[in-house]
Ligand binder design. Structure first.
Ligand SMILES: Nc1ncnc2c1ncn2[C@@H]1O[C@H](COP(=O)(O)OP(=O)(O)OP(=O)(O)O)[C@@H](O)[C@H]1O
Length: 303
């Protein structure tokens, strides 16, 4: 019997051994990224960073909606500090219907296109009672209450630096640390938490201050290193090619910077901005740019 905040190995040994020999394999939510793709599973915190406009929100929303469609018993909670639910749904509608987001947002679709929306609207309607959006104020308490309201197993914080923690804290660093501490508790209780994180500019290969993927391994924002330590997996979305042209379709790499329980594996994707859609690419279909990977510490901006 445990008399304090410790447990003798002997107390847990038989249950653990039984689980190793006869237990169920770990569960994954099917987010549709292919056999060796991005995975989400209960009991973990996944951190996803990237420069502004790189598609973090689009990627996470695609994963959540796909997971909901693929698992009829799954529910999800979204805390997005930047976009109201209607705009997030319009992006998914564009992806699922393969119609331009512009037309949907501007309400300029013709009758034929509106007809083409029906299957996608049907899919979204099928998950609507299993998807809850946190409303302002974006506090960790409200996230928990919203998740509990539909027993959501999958929780998204987009983005973590703007979700207010429990209690008051002296500075931004303390605040981000406290939020991470709370979501570690969520994960320990079996929830799957995805934390989107803003990243800071660093020096690129030519010494310029930039968000370029080749510079994003420099440790210049150490004050929020708790994000790195608290995450089980950490990914960074970086353009595979030069993104200065602002092309509608780009190659991106999900750089797997940290994997607590396995080998980090980068994932090549294509991102179509006008449909807000990602899909997996064969590994060598885009030319990799810059060094493969640097330390995670320092990548996450906390303000
Ligand atoms: N109607 C549209 N047509 C084409 N591209 C669009 C449209 N609406 C948004 N985009 C582009 O899609 C991308 C959206 O990315 P998203 O909001 O997911 O990025 P993010 O990484 O979450 O950004 P941030 O950190 O600024 O929140 C941006 O590059 C944006 O310019």
């Amino acid at each position: 019997m445990s008399a304090g905040n410790y447990i003798l190995c002997e107390q847990l040994f038989n249950d653990w051994k039984d689980d190793v020999l006869h237990g169920e394999p770990p569960r994954f939510f099917d987010v549709g990224m292919g056999a060796n793709g991005f995975r989400l599973c209960p009991g973990t915190v996944t951190l996803l960073g990237g420069s502004p406009g790189m598609g973090k929100t689009a990627f996470v929303m695609q994963c959540v909606v796909t997971a909901l469609v693929n698992a009829p018993s799954l529910s999800a909670c979204i805390a997005n500090v930047e976009m109201p639910p209607e705009r997030l749904l319009e992006r998914q509608l564009s992806r699922l219907s393969d119609l331009p987001l512009d037309g949907i947002q501007r309400r300029t679709l013709d009758a034929v296109q509106k007809g083409q929306l029906e299957p996608a609207l049907g899919l979204l309607s099928g998950v609507a009672d299993r998807l809850v959006f946190v409303q302002s104020p974006m506090t960790i308490d409200n996230v928990a209450a919203a998740a509990d309201s539909i027993s959501a197993e999958l929780i998204v914080l987009d983005y973590i630096q703007r979700i207010r923690p429990v209690g008051s804290h002296d500075d931004k660093r303390g605040s981000v640390d406290a939020t991470m501490d709370s979501i570690r508790h969520f994960a320990a209780a079996g929830y799957c938490v995805v934390a989107v994180a803003a990243v800071g500019r660093t020096k690129d290969a030519r010494g310029r201050s930039s968000y370029a993927g080749d510079g994003l391994s420099l440790a210049s924002f150490r004050e929020s290193s708790e994000l790195e330590y608290g995450a089980d997996d950490a990914y960074l979305i970086v353009p595979t090619e030069d993104d200065e042209s602002g092309a509608l379709e780009i190659g991106v790499t999900l750089r797997h910077l940290k994997s607590r329980y396995g080998k980090p594996t980068d994932i090549e994707l294509a991102f179509n901005r006008s449909r807000q859609s990602f899909w997996p690419q064969p590994v060598d279909s885009f030319v990799a740019s810059g060094p493969r990977r640097g330390p995670v510490r320092g990548l996450w901006r906390d303000s």
